[in-house]
Design a protein around this ligand. Structure first.
Ligand code: VGL
Ligand code: ZN
Length: 244
C-alpha cells in the first residue's frame, strides 16, 4: 500500500549540508567515509533547487585537544573507532552526567586542510556556515547542540559559532532537509535535533553516507522513527515540492 504524501500548507524549507569536509572523504580524509565524495553532485543539485529559503553548511571544527580524538587518551583504551571513554557534561552543576564517547582519529582540526569543505560542493549557494565541536571537553555531532543537549548560550558559544535556530527562525523556516556526512552521526543528530526544535525534519537518504552503513544506518532509522524524522529519497515527492 502506498500512502500519498501531500505538501504541508505551511512549507518554508531549508537545507542543512552536514560536514562535507576533506577529512570525511576518500581518498585522503583521516576519518574517510566510504562514498563520501560521491554524494557531492547530488548535494549540488539539491542546493540548486529553488524552493529552499536558506542553505546552511555545517563544519566539524575541532581543537587539537578535542576529547573525541583517540590520540588524546592513554593506551590501551585509545584505539580509534573501537575505544570508548567516559565524557563529562561541561555544564556548570551537571558535571556528574556522563556519556560514553566513541574515539576517532584526529579529524577536522580548525584551520587545517582536513576541515575545509570539499571543493566539489557548490559553496556559492551557502548562506550560513556553522562550525561546531570547538569545545575540547565535549562531543558535538548535531549542529544544534552538544552531546548532552546543552542549550545554555554561554556554554553553547564555546562549541559552535552560530545558533542555527536563529537564522532558520528569522527566515520563517518550517521544514529542515538534512544531507551529508555522516548519516549515523552528525546527520542523524542534526535531523533529530531539528525535529526537537520544532521543525519538520527530513533526511534525504541517498544524499548521505555512513561511518557504519549497516548497523549504524539501521540504528539511525529507528531513532528517526522515534523522533518523528522522515526519511525520503531525492526522487520522491517531498524533494519535488522544492522544484517549484
Ligand atoms: C562526525 C565522527 C566524528 C560526523 C564528526 O560528521 O558525522 N563523525 N565527528
Ligand atoms: Zn568530529
Amino acid at each position: 500500500m502506498t500512502s500519498e504524501v501531500s505538501k504541508p500548507s505551511d512549507f518554508v524549507p531549508a537545507l542543512i549540508v552536514v560536514d562535507m569536509q576533506e577529512d570525511f572523504c576518500p581518498p585522503n580524509g583521516s576519518l574517510a567515509v566510504d562514498g563520501g565524495r560521491d554524494i557531492a553532485p547530488l548535494i549540488n543539485s539539491l542546493l540548486a533547487l529553488p524552493g529552499f529559503v536558506l542553505r546552511v553548511a555545517s563544519q566539524d571544527y575541532h581543537p587539537e585537544n578535542h576529547i573525541s580524538f583517540a590520540t588524546n587518551h592513554p593506551a590501551p583504551n585509545n584505539i580509534p573507532f573501537e575505544s570508548h571513554i567516559e565524557m563529562y557534561n561541561p555544564a556548570p552543576g551537571k558535571q556528574h552526567e556522563t556519556k560514553l564517547q566513541r574515539l576517532w582519529p584526529p579529524h577536522c582540526i580548525a584551520g587545517t586542510a582536513g576541515a575545509e569543505v570539499i571543493p566539489e560542493i557548490d559553496t556559492s549557494r551557502i548562506n550560513v556556515y556553522a562550525r561546531k565541536g570547538m569545545d575540547p571537553r565535549v562531543e558535538m555531532y548535531s549542529v544544534f547542540s552538544d552531546a548532552f543537549g546543552n542549550l545554555d548560550p554561554e556554554l553553547a558559544a564555546k562549541s559552535v559559532n552560530v545558533d542555527v535556530r536563529k537564522p532558520l527562525r528569522e527566515s520563517g523556516v518550517t521544514d529542515v532537509f538534512v544531507v551529508g556526512i555522516a548519516g549515523d552521526y552528525c546527520v542523524k543528530y542534526t535531523a533529530i535535533d531539528a525535529a526537537r526544535a520544532g521543525f519538520r525534519s527530513w533526511v534525504i537518504a541517498d544524499a548521505t553516507k555512513c561511518v557504519d552503513p549497516g548497523a549504524g544506518w539501521e540504528q539511525a532509522l529507528r531513532e528517526f522513527e522515534e523522533a518523528g524524522v522522515k526519511v525520503v529519497t531525492s526522487d520522491g515527492p517531498e524533494v519535488a515540492w522544492l522544484r517549484a
